[in-house]
Design a protein around this ligand. Structure first.
Ligand SMILES: C[S@@+](CC[C@H](N)C(=O)[O-])C[C@H]1O[C@@H](n2cnc3c(N)ncnc32)[C@H](O)[C@@H]1O
Length: 286
């Protein structure tokens, strides 16, 4: 891995991916029969993920992979035996990694129907028993919760919307999150009490383009303790929007002018936040 790891738990782990480096957190293999594939090691187990090179499902990015490096950096993050919910499962990267790291069961949710098939394929590729996962196609805003989860993981879209570059396809759903990039973050925060079982943990990939202080304040106001497990500094991944770079950047400049986005040049940060309800920490969960 071509990164500098600067500290380790219980302090926040700091990781710096050098400027110009892409796919620094996984091993990418040459495209074969139109399929792109990547390998990442999570808690000692090798996870293989494939997506179609021209498809509707996001190939794992360094942004998403930071959540897995945080799981590696902090063994205290509770996976073994957990019932987990993977919100916006995409290729199934987290679903497969959690199942291989010992989660009892993982529910993979995505609004993009193509993600359910790709997630099941990737689970099978890695030898996960079909009974260990379930896939749901749907919007988090409408998810029916029969039983809350011990662990919720999510890497939301984090680019602001502009009609110039949105395409109304699966990749847009993966990367673009409403006028300020926060659409899925806000739904998740509004529904967190329903989603998390007492003592449960939310593990969230949070882009500095989408107002981290606002999320932390909301969590605190709602009675959650919020710890920054890892901060990863990297390039803003605008490869998909290279043609629309100026429009995207001008939107980000506007958000930065009102302190809702933080970046310098083309560098930004991805924070891995771990949140737990304080009442459940004290053993007085509802
Ligand atoms: C940044 S991608 C993350 C994919 C995968 N977890 C990863 O890290 O590679 C965000 C995912 O969230 C999904 N998504 C966006 N809005 C959603 C919503 N309202 N409800 C459920 N899934 C949503 C997208 O389709 C996309 O697959």
């Amino acid at each position: 891995m071509s990164t500098d790891v600067i500290s380790s738990p219980p302090q926040t782990v700091r990781v710096r991916i050098p400027a110009g480096a892409a796919n620094a957190l996984c091993q990418v293999r040459p495209i074969r029969s139109g399929m792109a594939s990547a390998e990442v090691v999570v808690r000692g187990r090798r996870v293989d993920i494939e997506t179609s090179d021209e498809g509707q499902v996001l190939f794992p990015t360094d942004v998403g992979l930071t959540l897995l490096t945080a799981l590696n950096a902090d063994p205290a993050l509770p996976v073994a035996g957990a019932r987990a919910l993977d919100i916006g499962c995409g290729s199934g990267l987290y679903t497969v990694a959690l199942a291989m790291a010992g989660a009892a069961h993982v529910t993979a949710l995505d609004v993009n129907p193509a993600c359910a098939d790709v997630t099941r394929d990737n689970a099978a590729r890695n030898g996960i028993r079909p009974a260990q996962i379930a896939t749901i196609v749907g919007d988090l805003a409408e998810l029916k919760v029969a039983e809350p989860w011990d662990l919720v993981v999510c890497n939301p879209p984090h680019f602001p919307h502009d009609p110039v570059y949105v395409a109304n396809d699966g990749i847009e759903a993966a990367l673009v999150g409403g006028s300020d990039g926060r659409a899925l973050y806000d739904v998740l925060l509004a529904r967190l009490d329903e989603l998390l079982a007492p003592g449960g943990t939310l593990l969230l990939t949070h882009s500095s383009l989408t107002d981290i202080p606002r999320t932390r304040q909301t969590l605190r106001r709602n009675g959650y303790e919020c710890r920054t497990v890892q901060v990863c500094e990297l390039d803003i991944p605008m490869r998909r929007y290279a043609k629309h770079r100026d429009v995207l950047l001008s939107r980000l400049y506007r958000l930065r002018a009102t302190e809702r986005a933080v970046f310098r040049g083309l560098r930004f940060e991805v924070h891995t936040l771990a949140s737990t309800r304080i009442d459940s920490l004290n053993g007085s969960g509802e």
